[in-house]
Design a protein around this ligand. Structure first.
Ligand SMILES: [Zn+2]
Length: 417
């Protein structure tokens, strides 16, 4: 359904497609193809900041990052079960030198093969393998739009190979990572969903496996006190999952983050680890994504914040505004100090218009640093926050240090005194 009738300014809902174009974040071109957005410089900054946040949080949580190719042999997906259960969403194979190659519909099979490439002792578990990698979905052109329905997806993915005893703690830790990320991004999930299999051939047939995996997820959710709805027919083909749902500007719900317990793929890929008894044992795979696809996460952030991103995600974090041409040298000097401190900053000089006009022009920038005659003389700066608060002039060193501390903490508050 096209939603142009719903893009109603009066309801103060933001359509990320419209805003993304206006703010110069991303766009599409019919020559590249629908469902294949490209990222403009300001959008690339938002995406890069998000990816960097995720990688840092994952490293701190004991994940190791890998890279794997976006293509794989058809046989890889026959083994994983994607070919049998997920074929409708996959691109047709390409014949290359007599071999059938497929654009990958998920990262799991690559990670399973990478795990299998080395022998593992129980002492290495849980082994947490993470990658922000591309995957492809053969969406029909009728349902494509902006960043939410795309044909090429950058997924914040990870697979945790662990023992049965470790699964519950790993699921709980993944939910905690998701909680921290949502706080940093200034968003909340609309609801938690326990996604169970439904009827039909879409799901791998192994009743015992489904039951055990579902029990683990239920127990973790119950213990955490998180309210959730159990919904049949929404599981992955290989296992049940916890989905964190968000809603878009038109009220449509979609999954952002997910945690899944999988007994199926370790079996299919014949994965094992050497236990304390010296024998081979089968690990369990926990699939988890903190922010889901980078595309959908950014779409949601754009709509939720109306382009006024938390400062650590903002394409421009500080703008220096000299009151008149006389303060231009001081403004340039302050810009250099902001940039030297790692802030994404620029100057909007007085030729660009009156101070009031420049303040309005930069209304989405979290920090406006105003340099007038008095400030230039005293080496101070007057700060105007995006929410309209004006702070008395203070030393620019102090201002920069406070902004930096908030950015490094991924704090959504604009100022703390
Ligand atoms: Zn996976």
């Amino acid at each position: 359904m096209r939603s142009s009738a719903l893009d109603n300014e009066e309801t103060h809902v933001y359509d990320h497609r419209k805003l993304g174009r206006e703010l110069g974040l991303f766009d599409t071109d019919p020559l590249i193809g629908s469902g294949l957005p490209y990222w403009l410089p300001d959008g690339a900054i938002v995406r890069h900041s998000l990816e960097e946040y995720i990688r840092t949080a994952e490293r701190a949580a004991g994940y190791q990052h890998v890279y794997s190719p976006v293509l794989g042999k058809r046989e890889l997906y026959e083994i994983s079960g994607h070919w049998a259960h997920y074929n409708d969403d996959m691109y047709p194979p390409m014949d290359i030198g007599g071999e059938q190659m497929v654009l990958r519909p998920s990262l799991c099979p690559h990670h399973a093969v990478m795990y299998r490439s080395r022998s593992h002792s129980y002492r290495e578990l849980p082994l947490r393998m993470a990658e922000i990698g591309a995957m492809y979905r053969s969406e029909l052109s009728g349902v494509l739009g902006g960043l939410t329905r795309v044909r090429a997806i950058q997924l914040n993915d990870a697979h945790i190979f662990c023992t049965l005893d470790q699964v519950a703690d790993e699921v709980a830790a993944a939910l905690a990572l998701i909680g921290s990320a949502y706080r940093a991004m200034g968003i909340t999930g609309a609801r938690y969903r326990l996604s169970l299999p439904g009827a039909g051939k879409k799901y791998a047939q192994a009743p015992d496996m489904w039951q055990r995996a579902t029990e683990i997820l239920r127990r973790v959710l119950d213990r955490s006190g998180t309210p959730y709805d159990a919904v049949e027919g929404e599981a992955a083909f290989y296992g049940p999952k916890i989905d964190i749902q968000v809603t878009d500007h038109a009220g449509r719900e979609s999954t952002l983050s997910t945690v899944q317990v999988d007994f199926h793929q370790p079996e299919r890929f014949d994965l094992h680890y050497i236990g304390p008894d010296g024998a081979e044992h089968r690990p369990i795979m926990v699939h988890r994504s903190i922010i889901g696809s980078v595309e959908r996460a950014v779409a949601h952030l754009v709509e939720h914040h109306g382009g006024a991103f938390p400062a650590w995600l903002a394409p421009v974090q500080a703008v220096v505004l000299p009151v008149s041409g006389a303060q231009q040298p001081d403004a340039d000097q302050l810009l250099g100090r902001c940039q030297g401190a790692g802030l994404r900053a620029r100057v909007d000089h007085s030729e660009a218009g009156s101070l009031g006009a420049r303040v309005r022009e930069n209304r989405l920038v979290p920090y406006q640093l105003i340099v007038g005659e008095a400030e230039a003389l005293s080496g101070e700066v007057a700060v105007r926050l995006r929410d309209g608060r004006r702070l008395p002039a203070r030393s620019s060193d102090d201002v920069i240090a406070r902004i930096r501390a908030l950015l490094e903490a991924h704090d959504t508050r604009l100022w703390i005194d």
